[in-house]
Unconditional design. Structure first.
Length: 365
């Protein structure tokens, strides 16, 4: 990639060239903490985290002077230090997505040579780059598209142009794959180890973020499920719910299964939305549309969650227990209903099943 100017480095602080430039400044952590010249960098770092929490994405500032560009670069470093001190998994995941979206937005209207140069820094090595299309190895495409969701299922391989182990994508989709590769890279890197002395200096400065996170966690507690008995949930749904409440991004089929299941056991659309608002990429309007589509409010069809075989084929069947392994157990809702029956009724059903089996055996004899 050609040498980059300072403004470009500031707009793409995750790049190796940006990191090299920051190192060339020879600043210590104490410099960043104590020097009044870097107060703007701290303000921008706070803004990055605030926007991450409030909007799920970081907005581009207007950068004109050299000092503004340098502070923008330093704010990226400070943000990572703050997040590493707080060390909250939800904040890390939400920040990784927000920073990746920020870079994706910056790639719009950039020439393909620049985009491909960035891609090579994040393990995306296109076999062909042109203004009309990008050719990716199948394994690279699958690695970074597997978690992407789209109502039209455009990321499914069956909906792609594939030839001789190469997937052809347009420049916009290529940028989206770069976004995903950056999100995963940040998740791998954060949190970094921060020594106790530095942590004690920084945490008092960012108490507002710690308080915000604690407040959100109280809001997202499972008590929001009301009278529903979580102990009756099948292991697959418990796993999906746990991942969701931990702020992890579920695959599309996982979100669909969880939303449809919660609807059929009696949760309202608002209660279901309260479950999903822990997602790092949560968007209320989009989520409401999807939930109301699944529940039939706008589609006219009340969708049921996938059956056990479909859950298995989509790799969202987790930790099956003895009840799951029954030959007649074929659906998460069946599991929930069986778990809710009185113990006497379960015993009678078991005895009836055993008598039927005895009769069948005697008949065969």
């Amino acid at each position: 990639m050609d040498p980059l100017n300072l403004q470009t480095l500031a707009r793409f602080p995750i790049l190796k060239e940006s990191s090299d430039y920051i190192k060339s400044l020879n600043l210590s952590i104490d410099d960043l903490l104590e020097n009044i010249a870097y107060r703007s960098a701290w303000t921008r770092a706070h803004q990055r985290i605030t926007e991450t929490l409030d909007y799920g994405e970081i907005h581009e500032p207007g950068l004109t002077s050299e000092a503004e560009n340098i502070n923008e670069l330093l704010s990226y470093v400070i943000t990572r230090i703050i997040i590493s001190c707080i060390k909250d998994p939800y904040l890390v995941r939400r920040y990784a997505l927000a920073e990746a979206i920020y870079l994706y937005n910056g790639l719009q209207n950039r020439d393909i040579k620049f985009i491909c140069g960035i891609a090579t820094q994040f393990d995306l090595l296109p076999e062909k780059c042109s203004e009309n299309e990008v050719n990716l190895k199948l394994i690279d495409y699958l690695k970074y598209s597997i978690n992407l969701r789209d109502p039209d299922l455009k990321w499914k391989l069956i909906n792609r142009d594939v030839s001789h182990g190469v997937v052809i994508v347009n420049n916009k989709d290529f940028s989206r794959l770069i976004q995903e590769s950056i999100r995963l890279r940040i998740l791998e890197e954060l949190p970094v180890d921060v020594d106790l002395e530095l942590k004690n200096k920084i945490l008092p400065r960012v108490k507002m973020f710690v308080d915000t996170l604690q407040s959100r966690k109280r809001k997202f507690e499972t008590k929001d499920l009301g009278k529903v008995s979580i102990t009756r949930f099948p292991p697959c749904i418990k796993q999906l719910l746990g991942m969701q409440q931990a702020g992890e991004n579920l695959p599309h089929v996982g979100r669909f299964a969880l939303a449809a299941f919660l609807h059929h056991i009696g949760l309202s659309s608002e209660q279901i939305l309260n479950v999903f608002n822990t997602s790092p990429d949560f968007d209320l309007d989009k989520a409401r549309y999807q939930v109301e589509h699944i529940t039939g409010k706008i589609s006219g069809t009340e969708y049921t969650p996938p059956g056990c075989e479909t859950m298995k084929s989509n790799s969202i069947c987790h930790n099956p227990d003895k009840l799951c392994e029954k030959s007649w157990m074929n659906h998460p809702l069946t599991y929930y209903r069986i778990k809710g029956k009185p113990k006497k009724e379960k015993i009678e059903k078991k005895e009836l099943s055993e008598r039927d089996m005895d009769k069948k055996t005697k008949a065969q004899e």
